[in-house]
Design a protein around this ligand. Sequence first.
Ligand code: SF4
Ligand code: SF4
Ligand code: FES
Length: 956
Amino acid sequence: MATIYIDNLPHQVKDGQNLLQACLGLGLNLPYFCWHPAMHSVGACRQCAVKVFRDEKDTRGQIVMSCMTPVKDGMRLSVDDTQASDFRRRIIELLMVGHPHDCPVCDEGGECHLQDMTVMTGHDYRRYRFNKRTFVNQDMGPFVNHEMNRCIQCYRCVRYYCDYAGGRDFGVQGWHNTVYFGRFAAGVLESEFSGNLVEICPTGVFTDKTQREHYTRKLDLSNAPSICANCSVGCNTIPGERYGKIRRVHNRYHGQVNRYFLCDRGRYGYEFTNAPTRPTQVRFSARGAGVMGASSTTGVQPVASADNLPGTAVPGLSETAIAYVRNWAKSASMVGIGSPRASLESNFALRQLVGKDRFFSGLEASEQPLVERIVQVFHDGPVASASLWEVDHADAVLVLGEDLTNTAPMVALAVRQASMRGPMARVLKDLKVERWNDAAIRQAIQEQRGPIFIATPQATKLDEIAQATHRAAPADIARFAAAVTHEIDSAAPAVELDSPAADLARTVAQALLHAQQPMVIAGTSLRSPELIDAAAALTAALVNKARPARLHFVVSQCNTMGAAMLGGKETSGAIDMLKSGQADTLVVLENDLYRLMPAADADALLSAARQVVVLDCIDTPTLGRADVVLPAASVFESDGTFVNNEGRAQRFYQVFRPGGHIRESWRWLAAGCSPTPEGTAADHRCKIASDAKNASDAKNIITLDTITAAMIAEFPALAAVADIAPPADFRMHSQRLPRQHHRYSGRTAMTANVSVDEPQAPCDCDSSLAFSMEGYRGGEAAPSALITRYWSPGWNSVQALTRFQQEIGGPLRGGDPGRRLLEPPTTGATAKPSFGAAVPVTDNPATPGKLLILPAWHIYGSEPLSMGTPGVAQQAPHPYIALSATDAAGLRLSDGAQATLQFEAQSPSPQAMTLTVRVYTELPAGVAMVPAGLPGMPYLSLPDRGRVAACMGGPA
Ligand code: SF4
Ligand code: SF4
Ligand code: FES
């Protein structure tokens, strides 16, 4: 620690910072633009000037840029000095000469860093009376809007897009007073992280195009803390709602997970919740109506409802709808299929409703054993799961099988940062440069990269930062990993590899052994159990050699780990149960059977049930086959818990009370367990309701807390879920925490189309957040899990985040939210690893034309929720088959040709598919890839062997 004197007052600050960090950390108002906590200092904008004095006697001082000046013990500086303040005011005036002053029509208005800094410096009068420079804006695709006239040349965008995120299609062009920040030619931004420009840019040059489509002022958004549901990483988000629609998704800082950024799938993949096609009413088909005893018997009918206006629904369920659910639950003999995209609570409520022997996980059959194995690996130790921040800080990384940009985009962004760690450590040591001095570090590092190794079947976008790549089929990648393990620990079985692969295995082993923070990343995307075991054995070998190795597994969906921890059976078992008459009703929770199994199997499952009840928030083929549809709340309309790929349980909150019959799935399902008007049945189905009755009041309201308590009682391994957020009765000084900004406008007009009386805000019995602008606004920090926005007096933009952190770039005040559920045992964790005797057998694809078909995943297209956003759907590829150059030549197929793919072993075998050929030059011979989860692609149980042939009559 160092003592510095700011305007003659002593302050204790951490060494190794610059003065700007120190001042912001102390809560002082010091304006800046080009410094960013993730990208550090370059000293470009000259906005952060302070005066530094030699000693107590120095009264003249010297103006310096605080972001470029290191903290030194005993240092004296002034933020309030008149010359320094005047310098800052004049810099803003200079920047504003080129700025169009168009705040009233700017999408950034109200949350603008430039507005805040202009007010902070006291610049309030425009003296410049001449024409301003103007630029031509670019169409940058569906996500980011471009308005270059607002630029203040801080260079943050280009530093983020190119230096931090590795973008190549964007840069700074021009000279003198006409520098231009944009693409080299108009067109869709290529980076999967382009949306962060919206939060990076301190003005309105880059704004959110999806919000523009249904614009609302930022101060009029209702916000709640949420978790991205679009992949397994579990990035923290703040969605904003107005008039019953989600208008945007912003980043929510989490020191161990996503920190300052989101990927574009997470930021923009929210429109599914606004889709006009989504189910909003309880519906039942003619068959469902008969079974349920409803009056209508023709077609699919909605149940009449009065509570279908956003924000006006009273707590509790529509009595009409709930009567159906109770009748159905009372009479039916059910099996339930859970979901990796539904919350822990919803899955648990389904399990309680149907009984544990009739609960099926809803995980894809080939993924379930892999995820169970991952849970076991972290449970048994000795290797601990790595957080995203730990991946970011690794100095040697081996990626096994995962195309991270497409399967877990933010992990790819973290690996990009990891590639700088090794060279950066050398620069910090040799040149004695501080970490914050980014300009100097990048100058010294140039193109140097650390030891990043990527072993995948196909070329990936991350290859450009890799020291070496290895192309092989999954089992051969596992063999390669086993060879690395043998190099690290000769007790592990030896593997015979050809010479380049064997040499590379030695190089990788040395890099991992000599790293300060070695990291191995693998996952389930190739559906290879050998890869999971090989990654676990490799890291165990490192730990056994006293290396602090970590393991990061990627799984498919936002709650895949949570679904596995609830222990459901494999989904295919439901067919036998229905066919054998052990059950007559199938309940499908937020899942599409046609993505889980071959269409023929899904048809058989749905046909075997006397009635099919589906709860979902998106329209799916399974929903189309439902006898009863219960409209489920989306992640934005629910409270619940997801467990991310790291094993971290994280809470998300309802942003707004949805209209129609939409309810959280757990609320529907728990209502099915609820005591009937005639009395409480004493079977397992009533467990949740009984707990609720004891824990709440005579009204028998079922809340998230009661569901969570019941879940923890049944699953002690989930006990930490109780600690991830305050309970619903938590209050700050007897007050709730508001979802709405205190400057929220138009409250009394919100429902004027219905009634001019202002309705009472709905009561939230599941959390301590209020659906209004009323609540605690004092100076005490709210619990980090309940932060609804970053705001502080004078700081309306996201830069206010510094006021919520314990230190700049550190954890949030009170600790980052969420708890890890999977930690290795503290005793016996260093036990010698057992490598097993078996080395994976090579995939050895021998027969020409009979190829090993692997799934390929796409950031845009493979994930069903985000496909509800038109800009995501627009960027999804069309179905294709990727062939190696050798196989394509052997089959006389070229890029763009049509080929047929026929499986031999798939049961039931799908029709031969006609697909467009892509030739991947780096794909190993004998291996082909087809996209998974795309619309237009049937479910395929992969990997499998298939025959590819030129399409008869098609172009070769
Ligand atoms: S576009 Fe925005 S981030 Fe880029 S230099 Fe201009 S003001 Fe800075
Ligand atoms: S990496 Fe995954 S969790 Fe994070 S924002 Fe992207 S899609 Fe969402
Ligand atoms: S923030 Fe210091 S020069 Fe820009």
